[in-house]
Design a protein around this ligand. Sequence first.
Ligand code: COA
Length: 339
Amino acid sequence: MQISPNGKNRKYNAVITGVGMYVPEKVLDNKYFESIVDTNDEWIMTRTGIKERRILENGATSTLATEAVKDLLRSRNLSPEEIDVIIVATVTPDMFFPATACLVQDNVGAKNAWGFDISAACSSFLFALRVGSGLIESGLYKKVVVVGADKMSAIVDYTDRNTCILFGDAGSAVLLEPTEDFSYGIQDSILHVDGSGRNSLYMLGGGSMNPSSHETVDKKMHYIYQDGKAVFKVAVVGMANVSYEIMQKNHLCSEDVAYLVPHQANLRIIDATANRMGISRDKVMINIHKFGNTTSATIPLCLTEYYRNGKVKKGDKLVLAAFGAGFTWGSIYLTWGMD
Ligand code: COA
């Protein structure tokens, strides 16, 4: 039994040993939005940092998730039968039930896996990564796949300029495996929910509070509603503070951190978080300009792209951070374990 850097008595740390991603081909650029709502490229770029986003024309969230997992398996040369658990982080499941994880399990042929979905809005991937790591740390499972996937275009009102420009569709996945070398893997996490923020960002229709009816459809209750200004204020403080707190707690100074890996909702929120941590832009993973806010997929998508571009190396200390509806927010500190 080893004592981890966080003082936890356990044999294993969970480490990311594979990544995968899928983005649909169809691109919606800012010019397109100029043709459907009263907006312009300059407003979108300066207020959000988004230039374009991808939209899935045929298929559902399970399509995005399945392709991401297949990409992961291919890149690691793994057989789907080796997967023990599949966790899908999403706010746009294919349907209420069965869980999207079941569809992904069947699609990829993961015959020996069990799984489930996790819903925590834009913090879904962080929460799922924490839960998946716990399953590895327990010693019960050897290969846990954590997928972040959202088909946001399914719940976006393309007549509402406040929200339609923000979101895109994507799926991305990581593989967690055990390591007895505690210098690698998930080192610490600080996660929060505060349900008193539930009225600032939500989708009201279709649940048990407002079951689907002609009225819920007429009232556009199956679309995202966001009080952007209110969310912005809490997101800036929440994401910046929790990222700073995890650095303090783990005695990390800004030079120790190779990358901040923030949820990609708004470049101004990302900059505020980096400033609070004392981290320069070149040490922040950013792809919001290409994909917009893909909710559960943003963080693994950044990890996959930066790793495959050779920008992350073994031993790099990363701070992951997210904020989302609920409110939900948090930070995970990990040490990269792949060459
Ligand atoms: N094009 C042009 N003008 C727009 C617009 C668009 N697409 N969307 C909104 N506007 C207008 C507003 O109507 C408002 O006009 P008014 O002053 O006449 O009322 C003006 O621009 C400013 O709106 P505001 O909401 O103050 O803009 P903002 O600077 O706060 O940016 C968001 C809006 C949504 C980009 C920003 O609030 C945000 O990113 N919020 C947080 C998102 C988030 O983190 N969500 C959680 C995770 S998903």
